[in-house]
Design a protein around this ligand. Structure first.
Ligand code: NAD
Length: 480
């Protein structure tokens, strides 16, 4: 049984989609595991005037897909309380503070507070300022702020947001969520590297031809057209998720697996991103927007709800990224993310060169780390399951079931928050470097009119994404 933790969670946006789809199920699993038991309370805040009883009903409904034990779900829901809240109303924060103190007494929660921003990003700063001015932070316990993406839309807005948050919460109290860092395969990369010394030895520009990171989705924007119009694939997927995945596989070997040591090497890696000159954006980055499919059955992006009929927002990005550090100088990192691709597939493909034979690894070997879909948590060597491939340079994990029953990303991240462990969260220093890189691409794109739509739904994206690799003798490993 896990060690029990104590805290009062204040979930801003407690009536919303993220809270119900991800947070409450994750908290429930921690309850089932005994990590949350008697000494916790959850206050959901949102605009609507809900009663505690109604809120609890919505929480129980959010658990129906994962359990049918009504008794346990009802007992869990007794820890939930609702506070109607408008982000700009100081009185509401005072009421919130009093409710949190009362529940802290009732459940003996150790004066610990987790402030969770499951609310639109434009409110993050306002809420944080009120937490300070109305004195919500406690003495004698911890205060931890959890922030969802997006963290800004460029370096300038991210800096402004960070300044407003840091006036209330120092960096060591801030937990910026990138849910890919909660996924099992990503969390295991450090251990896979540590436990396979030959693989680690080969992980540099001398032996690696190129590294590919793909986050492909088969769906379109669905009902999120309005949000997507303000974002696009570059901001929505590359700046955060893809960069963080690259960080996990390409960072230098940390001295130990502590948050401090890991973030040191990750920050150094991102600081060495070779920011593109305007004239290079065209050759190094490709953008696309989906059209209907070859039968005309699917909606083109421009026909989706809440999308401008002349929208120039990209639903697909492929790019060639380089780092200037000693480990990776000269190695291309090819990244891509797109909607309406043939399948959902999140993966890292490491393509070794011929020299790797000097280490006893077959020349031109490809190692693929499969992150999603769920049944694909695995490692492939030249397309064959790593255990069946019977190669000595990747033997860890030794058990095929190792990736089964992985914790859901949010469950795993909330465990880290309760433990005060920052290792799987993004730091401000890292974000500054990745935003700087992304801004250079975005600024150039914004200065030019794209020729959209330029790929059919259900395909691998625009042809130019293939040319990006072919011009230097490479090709995408995942190619439908
Ligand atoms: P949502 O629209 O479903 O919920 C927003 C919540 O904010 C609601 O509870 C609403 O009542 C509350 N709210 C709105 N205006 C308010 C105000 N003036 N005062 C007080 N409360 C107010 O949004 P969501 O999809 O749950 O997203 C929440 C956050 O999580 C956003 O920052 C989003 O970018 C991020 N996020 C969501 C997902 C997801 O899967 N839904 C994934 C990643 C990140």
């Amino acid at each position: 049984m896990a060690t029990e933790k104590s805290a009062v969670f204040i979930i801003f946006g407690g009536s919303g989609d993220l809270a119900h789809r991800k947070l409450y199920p994750a908290l429930y699993r921690l309850y089932q595991a005994g990590m949350l038991k008697d000494h916790f309370a959850v206050i959901g805040t949102a605009r609507r005037p809900w009663s505690d009883e109604y809120f609890r009903e919505t929480v129980i409904t959010s658990l129906e897909d994962i359990d049918d034990n009504k008794e346990e779900m009802t007992a869990f829901a007794q820890h939930f309380f609702y506070q109607s809240h408008n982000v700009n109303d100081s009185e509401h924060y005072i009421a919130l503070k009093e409710l949190a103190a009362k529940l802290d007494d009732k459940f003996d929660a150790g004066h610990n507070r987790v402030y969770y921003m499951a609310i639109a990003p434009r409110f993050f700063g306002t809420v944080a300022e009120h937490i300070k001015s109305e004195g919500l932070k406690t003495e004698g316990g911890y205060n931890r702020l959890v922030i969802e993406k997006p963290f800004g839309r460029d370096l300038a807005s991210a800096t402004e947001l960070n300044d407003s948050l840091s006036r209330v919460f120092p960096e060591d109290e801030v937990y910026r969520i990138d849910h890919y860092l909660g996924k099992k395969m990503i969390q295991e990369i450090s251990k896979i590297r540590l436990n396979n010394p030959k693989f680690e030895e080969a992980l540099n520009s001398k032996y690696v031809s190129n590294i590919q990171v793909t986050l492909g989705e088969s769906l379109g924007v669905e009902d999120r057209g309005g949000y997507y119009e303000t974002s696009g694939a570059l901001r929505d997927m590359i700046q955060n998720h893809i960069m963080q995945i690259i960080g996990s596989i390409a960072m230098d070997k940390p001295e130990e697996l502590s948050a401090e040591a890991v973030h040191k090497v990750k920050t150094d890696l991102f600081a060495s991103l070779k920011v593109l000159q305007p004239e290079d954006v065209k050759t190094e980055f490709v953008r696309g927007q989906y059209d209907t499919d070859n039968l005309g059955d699917q909606k083109a992006y421009r026909d989706e709800d809440n999308v401008d009929e002349n929208s120039n927002i990209e639903t697909y990005v492929a790019g060639r990224i380089e780092f200037s550090d000693d480990r990776w100088n000269g190695t291309p990192f090819y990244v891509r993310s797109g909607k309406r691709m043939p399948a959902k597939s999140s993966r890292i493909d490491i393509v070794f060169n011929e020299k790797v034979a000097d280490l006893g690894i077959k020349a031109n070997t490809t190692v693929s780390l499969l992150i999603e879909p769920e049944d694909g948590h695995s490692i492939l060597i030249n397309g064959i399951d790593y255990l069946e491939a019977n190669q000595d340079f990747i033997k860890f994990p030794e058990d095929k079931t190792y990736f089964d029953n992985a914790r859901e990303a949010y469950e795993s991240l909330i465990i880290d928050i309760l433990a005060g462990d920052h290792v799987h969260f993004t730091l401000w220093d890292e974000l500054q470097s990745t935003w700087k890189y992304i801004d250079a691409v975005r600024e150039q794109w914004d200065a030019e009119e794209p020729d959209f739509p330029n790929y059919l739904s259900g395909t691998m994206g625009p042809e130019a994404a293939d040319t990006l690799l072919e011009r230097e003798g490479n090709s995408w490993v995942w190619d439908d």
